[in-house]
Structure formats: C-alpha cells, structure tokens
Write a protein that binds this ligand. Structure first.
Ligand code: DQA
Length: 137
C-alpha cells in the first residue's frame, strides 16, 4: 500500500514547539520509527507551512495513493480550500491531530476537513499517526 503522511504548518517544529502539548520528539525521527514499524507499507512524508502547497500535494498524489494521513495543523480550522481538495480527490484521507483538539480552545473544535475525511483521530500524541496508518491496513 502507498500511504503519505502530510503535515501542515508549524509541524516542522515538533520537538521544539509547545512540548507540553506536542511532546519532545521531532517528526523525522518519528518517521524513521514508522518506516521500521510498517516495513511492507510504501510510506512517504511531506510537510509544508503553505496552504497551496498542501493542496498541490493532495492533487498530485490523490488519484494514485491508497491513503493520506493528514495533520493540517491550524488549517484544519480555517481552510475551506483544503476541505475542497480532499473532496475532489479519490484517495481517502484520515484527519489526525496530536493533541485532543476538543479539550482545547473552542476555535479548534471545528474542522473544515472532517466532513470530507474517512474519519478523525486526535489526542493520542504521535500515536495518532499510527492509528491513522492502521486504519488503511
Ligand atoms: C494540531 C492541532 C491544531 O489545532 C494546531 O493548530 C496544530 C496541531 C495537533 O496535531 O494537535 O498545529 O493539528
């Protein structure tokens, strides 16, 4: 199976930013662990702080991959355009969050992406990504 993890804005700072919320591991080292864990899966990773680049990536892979695990960061709560991109592609997308967004500020409770996703996983730390991958296997 071909699965891509897409991380949105500020997730390049994992391990550095707000460690009390997002933990102290950086994503590249976690991604190495994922590679070891899912040896039979063709796993790839893309990160961008730019809304349009996330949309371009969804268009590029969204008709050939078996699944996308998407943490769109704050764009989750603001981006009609990413929501539309998910609706427009055929590859199923699972929305994930490291933190439990429902425990946090009200503006994080709404997602423009979720209605177009297979499901939403949040609150399990980096394990949210594993659960997202598992959902496609
Ligand atoms: C996040 C939650 C978002 O509300 C926030 O803007 C992020 C990270 C998470 O993984 O918990 O950047 O998507």
């Amino acid at each position: 199976k071909k699965i891509m993890i897409i991380n949105g804005p500020n997730l390049n700072l994992l391990g550095v930013r707000e460690k009390n919320i997002y933990g102290s591991q950086d994503f590249p080292s976690f991604f190495d662990e994922l590679r070891q864990r899912y040896l039979t899966v063709d796993l790839s990773y893309f990160q961008s702080n730019h809304e349009g680049e996330i949309i371009d990536k969804l268009h590029e892979i969204g008709f050939s991959y078996d699944g996308v695990v998407l943490n769109a960061g704050a764009y989750t709560h603001t981006s009609v355009a990413i929501g539309d991109a998910i609706a427009g592609i055929t590859t199923p997308v699972v929305e994930v969050h490291i933190s439990n967004v429902h425990k946090r500020e009200a503006f994080r409770h709404h997602s423009y992406l979720a209605p177009n996703c297979v499901g939403v996983i949040c609150g399990f730390g980096l394990n949210s990504y594993k659960l997202g991958i598992d959902s496609f296997l």
